[in-house]
Structure formats: C-alpha cells, structure tokens
Design a protein around this ligand. Structure first.
Ligand code: HEM
Length: 409
C-alpha cells in the first residue's frame, strides 16, 4: 500500500496547545501518513505504536548495524561536535548490546529502593517550596513548584552540590532544543556550550568521588561494575547528564499539565482533594497515571527502520524514519473508554507516556512518586488552590509543557 502524503506543522502554537481534534481525525481517516516536509512516517494509533515499539526491526539508531556509508548518512556535522560528544554516549540513543550494556549498569544503581528512599526528602522539599510562596497568596506553579522540585530531587540523587544546581536547568534547556524538528545555528552553539560545561562539571565531581566516595549516584556510577565491565569516562559523564536531564524535563511538564487538566475538570479536582484529605492513596496513584495519559509531556518519539518490512500492509523501507505519536495513542478511542475524559480512577490504563519495550522509561517509578507526593502535599497545604489567569504553553512540541500556570493558593 502506498502511503498518503500530508504535512502537519506540529510546531504551530495552536497544535501544541490542543492537537486532539486533528489527531482524532487522523486516527480515523489516515492513521499512517508520510509527512511531506519532515519526510517521516507518522503513526497515530495506539495498537500500531505499541507494536512498533516492540519490533526489533526498528531502533533509535542504525549505527549498530551499518556504517554511515552503507546507509548514506553524511558524516556528523563538525559544528555539533561538542554536543555529539555528549549525545553519542547517551544510552537511550543506542541499540542492541551497546544499549543493554549501559542500561544494565545503570539499572544496578538506579534501584526502586533508591527511589523509595527519596520519599521523605521529596515531602520536605515540596513543603519548603510551598512555604516560600504561601504568604503571597499566589504563585506561578511552574516556576515556583513544578520546576524546582524534580530538579532538586534528581540533583540530590546524583549528588550535585547545591551551588551548582542553578546551572542544570539552563544547560538542559539548551541541550533539549536539539531534539525538536528543526533548530537554528544559535541553538547549536548554545547546546555545544552547555554540553561542554556540563561534561566538565560531571567529570570534576566524578574525580572527587573516586577519591572520596559519597552516598550518591555519581559515586555508584563511578564504581558500578558488572562482569568486569565499567562505564568509560565519557559514558559516565553522559549518563549522569542524561539522568539529570531526563530526570526533570518531563516531570516539570507532567505536573504542570496535570494541574491545568485538573483545573479544567472541577469534579475530578474535588475528588482528588477529598481522597488526599482522607489519606486514600489509590486515587492518587491511578490519578497521576491518568493525568500523564490525558496530557502527554513527551508527545512523540522517533525510530529508524533498520530493515525493509511490511507493517499492516504498509511498506517501510530501511533508513526511513517513523514518528510515533504517543500523545495520539494515549487518546485512542479504540483502546480507551472515553479517551477525552480525565477519569482519575481509571484502572485499565495502558498509557504510552513512558514508552514501551527496550527503551521503556527507567525513571517511571521516580516520576510517579514525585507527582504523587507533589499533589498530595499541594492539596493538603492548599485545598483552595485555583487558577489565577491563563496558562502559557512553551514553544516546541517534542517537549511539551507550560511556561507558566498562575495560581491562587
Ligand atoms: C513524567 C516524567 C517522564 C516521562 C513522561 C518520561 C518518558 C520517557 C519515555 C517516553 C522514554 C522512552 C523514549 C522512547 O520511547 O524512545 C523514556 C526513557 C527514559 N527515561 Fe523517562 N520519562 C519521565 C521521567 C523520567 C525520570 C524522572 C527519569 C530519571 C532519571 C527518566 C529516565 C529515563 C531514562 C534513563 C530513559 C532511557 C531508557 C532507555 O533508553 O533504555 N525519565 N522516558
């Protein structure tokens, strides 16, 4: 079957804010299409996305199977070299043995026990952030609470000294601009600078930990060993940076979009406040997953087609890029009852928000815990919280979130 061709500018502010009607039409009328400008094959149905994420004929790279020459990729752009030194060592962008080698080393240190050990610090930190704004009677939820919380948590998990935490967010912001479809020369320059400074800082901390180990993840990454295998210096630095970035970017957006969604559905907000007041953690758990389904903070991920394949009669050729619209799968009427409703008690919830398959989010337990604690403390401390003006979306679709969400406490 030949693919229908079409272009949707996913970076349009209106689409970023509310892509749902267009996505519903696509799921019904053109669930797979070739975007004529991005030159990628877009998939919008839950069943297709889930199947493709488990299919080994697709991957986040092809370089584990072919040389650049074999697949006609140009040599890496030398202007991006400092950024690439970081990105080429990020295990999320690896496949097969290279990926599983680093993922299993990281899994050994980033354990459920370590995540659970963060609960008390999380509660304390959330209280402190609310203390700082409570007297004003109002706040910008994004700036004052949603953003600092995961940054402080992931930084303390890794062992970043307090005085260096301020750099993480700007560095991370500059780096993630490279993941959008289309970026400017200035953005490349900023990402290069951020990657270089970030790699240096982590290198310095790792050197200190080798001499004087601490109870933190950088120390564990320095020491981790499996069957005699260890991380190289660049892998160690890139892994720590990646954990820091992945460990807050989406969580900030997940909690901000989640609160905005609650404001739009007062009955659900009321139910959650009541559950928190009664100490009912079941609704908090299903509710956080539902918020993350209803508004997807990382709406789209891509894969390369590694070998020619027939997928549901669609011919996918080696080297093609596919764009998987998790945000659309999360609202698929074929998979979810009342997909456009926020139903915090939803139990059958196979959300695609954390991906599926070999790259399934390693930080999902931490992200869930952070959101559960945040909403629990927030509604206990501020049961009358309400919107105080319009929420503002940030630019960019691939990392989708809010710049501000003014609230009365
Ligand atoms: C609401 C918050 C979060 C969301 C929505 C999210 C989403 C995702 C998704 C969709 C993937 C898979 C990407 C793909 O399919 O190509 C992923 C991978 C990953 N995430 Fe998260 N994430 C979140 C929070 C976190 C946190 C807190 C951490 C902690 C450090 C983290 C660490 C990772 C890592 C290490 C991977 C790479 C896994 C691999 O390639 O094997 N994430 N995340």
């Amino acid at each position: 079957m030949s693919l229908p061709s079409l272009h949707i500018d996913i970076n349009q502010p209106d689409f970023i804010k509310d892509p749902y009607d267009q996505l519903a039409t696509l799921r019904k009328e053109m669930p797979v299409y070739l975007d004529s400008v991005w030159n990628k094959v877009f998939f919008t149905r839950h069943s297709d996305i889930a199947a493709l994420l488990k299919d080994k004929r697709l991957g986040r790279t092809m370089l584990h199977r072919y040389s650049r020459d074999e697949i006609g990729w140009p040599p890496p752009d030398p202007r991006e070299a400092p950024f690439r030194r970081y990105q080429d060592n990020v295990f999320m962008d690896m496949e097969a043995g290279a990926h599983s080698r680093i993922r299993s080393l990281v899994t050994k240190v980033f354990t459920p026990k370590r995540v659970e050990s963060m609960r008390a610090t999380l509660e304390r930190t959330t209280h402190k952030l609310i203390d700082a704004v409570e007297a004003n009677g109002k706040a910008d939820f994004v700036h004052d609470i949603a953003e600092p919380l995961p940054v402080i948590m992931i930084a303390s998990l890794l062992g970043i000294p307090d005085e260096q935490i301020q750099y993480l967010r700007p560095w991370s912001n500059a780096i993630v601009k490279m993941y959008e479809l289309g970026y400017t020369d200035q953005q490349v320059e900023e990402a290069n600078r951020a990657a270089t400074e970030f790699m240096e800082m982590i290198g310095g901390l790792a050197a200190e930990r080798r001499i004087k180990p601490q109870d933190d993840l950088i120390t564990e990454l320095v020491q981790v060993e499996e069957k005699g295998d260890k991380l190289t210096e660049d892998e160690l630095r890139a892994t720590a940076i990646f954990l820091l970035n992945a460990g807050h970017e989406a969580t900030v957006n997940g909690s901000s979009l989640g609160l905005r969604a609650l404001f739009q559905k007062p009955d659900q907000l009321k139910a959650l406040k009541e559950a928190v007041a009664e100490g009912n953690s079941t609704l908090l758990k299903t509710g956080v997953d539902e918020m993350l389904r209803y508004e997807t903070p990382l709406p789209m991920f891509e894969r390369y087609v590694i070998e020619d394949m027939d997928f549901n009669r669609v011919k996918l050729e080696r080297g093609m890029e596919v764009a998987l619209m998790y945000i659309s799968g999360n609202r698929d009427e074929a998979r979810f009852n009342q997909p456009n409703e926020l139903i915090l008690s939803r139990e059958d919830n196979p959300l695609l928000t954390f991906g599926l398959g070999t790259h399934y989010c390693l930080g999902a337990p931490l992200a869930r815990l952070e959101l559960q604690v945040l909403f629990s403390v927030l509604f206990t401390r501020c049961p009358n919280i309400q919107p105080d003006g319009e929420a503002e979306f940030s630019s960019g679709f691939v990392i989708r979130g809010l710049n501000k969400l003014p609230v009365k406490l």
